[in-house]
Design a binder for this molecule. Structure first.
Ligand code: DGP
Ligand code: NA
Ligand code: NA
Length: 212
């Protein structure tokens, strides 16, 4: 008998803040405490749209900036039916990046306003909780060499960080800032507690619509 929905929990942050590690640990912890939980990530490089994005990120292809923004958004929209189905089945979804990365990364490019960037993602399932893994971009840089993908430069990441800060001023989204400069276990403890609380809080609430 499933009478309560799962929570939509998103982890955001600049590259190398530890999002993927923390998503995996959270899913594992929730499952160990007897809850249903699954991880998703965006971009999801496995779909046809995701493969276009992946090739762009690996610099194997060039795409016009507006076009690639819309592809990232489409890559989220194409997963919406599955996301809703899982949430309604009572499965908690832990998502590595979402529309906030979408806006922060594109609006870090010259000539792109926050408003324009948000538009294609308006109406996506609204996360019940968005945890921003806060890490100074220069500290992130010290965690090892950047990879060779597009966007992996310190200048670009600093601009992305500022865009995230602008997005976090929007109080219609349930943001929590997590100090990601601490150990993996310390960060995990905070994330787990916040997640358990929101799962209990959301189970009888309808799923909201992002930015609308
Ligand atoms: P990841 O697979 O998490 O390492 O993400 C790949 C890169 O793509 C990373 O630099 C962040 C960036 N990114 C993630 N989502 C979006 C998006 O929606 N739009 C843009 N422009 N970039 C994104
Ligand atoms: Na990356
Ligand atoms: Na990651």
């Amino acid at each position: 008998m499933t009478c309560s929905r799962g929570a939509l929990i998103v982890l955001e942050g600049v590259d190398r803040a530890g999002k993927t590690t923390q998503c995996l640990k959270l899913v594992q912890a929730l499952q160990q405490s007897g809850r249903e939980a699954e991880m998703m990530r965006f971009p999801d490089r496995t779909t046809v749209i995701g493969q276009l994005i992946s090739s762009y990120l690996m610099k194997k292809s060039n795409l016009e900036d507006h076009t690639v923004h819309l592809l990232f958004s489409a890559n989220r929209w194409e997963m919406v039916p599955l996301m809703k189905q899982k949430l309604e089945q009572g499965i908690n979804l832990v998502v590595d990046r979402y529309a906030f990365s979408g806006v922060a990364f594109t609006s870090a490019k010259p000539g792109f306003s926050l408003e324009w960037c948000k538009n294609p993602d308006v109406g996506l399932p609204k996360p019940d909780l968005v945890m921003f893994l806060q890490l100074n971009p220069s500290v992130a840089e010290n965690r090892g060499e950047f990879g060779t993908e597009r966007y992996e430069t310190s200048f670009f990441q600093c601009t992305v960080h500022r865009r995230f800060e602008e997005l976090m001023e929007d109080k219609s989204v349930n943001w929590r800032v997590i100090d990601a400069a601490r150990s993996i276990e310390e960060v995990h403890k905070d994330i787990k507690l916040l997640s358990e609380n929101i799962i209990n809080f959301s189970e009888n609430q309808p799923i909201g619509m992002l930015w609308s």
